[in-house]
Design a binder for this molecule. Structure first.
Ligand code: NAP
Length: 252
């Protein structure tokens, strides 16, 4: 792993559980000082911080609902006090209950876009203000969490979610080009079916395992397998990777 960004701060939204949690632990092992964002589950975020501390890493937990701009500003102010920002992982994301578009409320769709799209854009804005050489920064990395749903469309399941991840793909390409000459790399991961609690929030805790047989590798992925790809993108080993989107999906 490259060392250029170690001892810099990594902000990980939704770092309390699932893929974000695994990424926080992996980033700390690589020397990042980790800001663990969470929406409501303080106990889970505190547990991640404690685990990192027990391995002599440095981490803090900060409450941040990414649907609230004021929370995002507070998250980055806390990060500034913790050290120099070197990475943002736009991981916080939600799914809605399984349904067709003709059953979805405007409120549901608005919340989906507020968390998955606007939240990621605003976090990236704050990261660019700090990391871009145009603003006196030293560069850095932004990793966005997309989904293979962006390509599959998630018909009869949650096309609002798929559309939000399509937006993440476009935003990754565009922002990558925008800041490529300012020391910032921007990339996205498209996970496939990963074994986390997000499926329970969609109303079907066993969804990933039910569909595992459709995955070319015939199994679900782990949060750690996604985290490994994320921390590779965060490292200097990925120094020529930008405006790139990587499927980590067992072939799905
Ligand atoms: P998860 O297990 O449900 O965890 C979600 C995390 O996001 C938690 O830390 C949660 O915080 C946080 N969060 C939820 N709403 C938030 C909000 N409004 N503001 C800030 N944080 C919020 O999810 P996951 O499966 O790890 O998914 C992580 C990312 O990967 C998401 O962007 C998801 O779309 C993407 N992804 C997942 C899969 C999969 O199969 N699991 C596949 C493709 C893409 P609390 O602990 O405080 O609730």
């Amino acid at each position: 792993m490259g060392a250029i960004l170690t001892d810099r701060v990594a902000v990980i939204t939704g770092g309390s559980r699932g893929i974000g949690r695994a990424t926080a632990l992996a980033a700390a092992r690589r020397g990042f000082r980790v800001v663990v964002g969470y929406a409501t589950n303080k106990a889970a975020a505190d547990d991640v911080v404690a685990q990192i501390g027990a391995s002599n890493g440095k981490a803090i937990a900060v409450k941040c609902d990414v649907a609230r701009e004021s929370d995002i500003l507070a998250l980055f102010e806390a990060a500034d006090k913790f050290g120099t920002l070197g990475a943002l992982v736009n991981n916080a994301g939600i799914v809605g209950k399984t349904s067709r578009l003709d059953e979805m409320s405007a409120e549901r769709i608005a919340q989906m876009m507020a968390v998955n799209v606007t939240g990621s854009l605003l976090c990236a804005r704050e990261a660019v203000k700090r990391m871009s050489t145009r603003h006196g920064g030293n560069g850095g990395v932004i990793v966005n969490l997309s989904s293979v749903a962006a390509k599959l469309g998630a018909a009869n399941t949650y096309i609002d979610y798929a559309a939000s991840k399509g937006a993440i793909d476009s935003f990754t390409l565009g922002l990558g080009y925008e800041v490529a000459a300012e020391g910032i790399r921007v990339a996205a991961i498209r996970p496939g079916l990963i074994d986390t609690e997000i499926h329970a929030s969609g109303g079907e805790p066993d969804r990933a395992h039910r569909l595992a047989g459709n995955v070319p590798m015939k199994r679900v992925g782990t949060a750690e397998e996604i985290a490994n790809a994320i921390v590779w993108l965060m490292s200097d080993d990925a120094s020529y990777v930008t405006s790139a989107i990587l499927d980590v999906s067992g072939g799905r």
